[in-house]
Design a protein around this ligand. Structure first.
Ligand SMILES: Nc1ncnc2c1ncn2[C@@H]1O[C@H](COP(=O)(O)OP(=O)(O)OP(=O)(O)O)[C@@H](O)[C@H]1O
Ligand SMILES: [Mg+2]
Length: 224
């Protein structure tokens, strides 16, 4: 059993805590958060009650989606824009999903687009990487959930530029999986995700660039 509780997670999402695998620095282990403050990032309107959506187990779904893609596309193509899945392992914080950990060439853990937006980067810097990611989704008919900035990790490339890796929100929630088998239906669904994905990301960057109204000093300060 892996001991995670004596380590600090490198990131905490709405539902899961992410640890560097203590036995493999190029992998991460994701465990469902057990703390009471767990607050899933719930998006969109759904008839499913919020409490049920919070309890939904990303790990089982993501493992299934990634493993079936790995079987269909092979590890070489899958790993171009997704982490490879290395199964579930027992940890002292419950079952953990092992995935590739995305790192920059200098070894630092790559950061998601939300981090870059908050750090003052411009969306345009990531546009070519998003185009390449989108072309790959279409070519290989890879279904995703809504594309969120916090689920796209930007890996620095040694020669400059970025490569985007979708680390969460993989798979299709459709109950009738017609589009998994019918290529044009799958492409139409991917195009829809891409068409709404980039404007949402751009808007996030634009919002992050605006000074927050409440961060302005209420009393003008004079230079010392
Ligand atoms: N494989 C990875 N490589 C690098 N960073 C990662 C990886 N997986 C997750 N992260 C970082 O950890 C954060 C949280 O991970 P993840 O999105 O899987 O958690 P979650 O709880 O399922 O998210 P959500 O809030 O979208 O439900 C991500 O936003 C990303 O910054
Ligand atoms: Mg996430």
């Amino acid at each position: 059993m892996l001991n995670l509780s004596s380590h600090e997670p490198f990131a905490i999402g709405g539902r899961r805590a992410c640890y560097v695998a203590p036995d493999a620095p190029d992998q991460c282990v994701k465990v469902l958060r057990a703390d009471r403050s767990t607050r899933a990032r719930l998006s969109g309107n759904s008839w499913v009650p919020a409490a049920w959506r919070r309890a939904y187990d990303n790990n089982a779904d993501e493992q299934h989606a990634l493993e079936s893609l790995q079987r269909r596309l092979g590890p070489g193509i899958t790993s171009q824009h997704l982490p490879l899945c290395h199964g579930v392992c027992a940890t002292d914080l419950g079952p953990g999903l092992r995935l590739d950990l995305i790192r920059d060439p200098d070894g630092a853990i790559s950061r998601d687009l939300r981090h870059h937006a908050r750090a003052g980067a411009r969306a345009a810097e990531f546009r070519p990487a998003f185009e390449a990611f989108g072309a790959w989704l279409l070519e290989h008919r890879v279904m995703t959930r809504v594309l969120h900035d916090h689920n796209l990790v930007a890996q620095k490339q040694a020669g400059g530029g970025w490569r985007l890796v979708l680390i969460d929100g993989i798979g299709d929630r459709a109950w009738i999986p017609l589009r998994r088998w019918v290529a044009p239906a799958a492409r139409r669904a991917v195009r829809q995700r891409l068409a709404t994905g980039w404007p949402r990301i751009e808007e996030r960057f634009a919002r992050a660039a605006q000074p927050a109204a409440d961060s302005a000093p209420s009393v003008p300060t004079s230079p010392a």
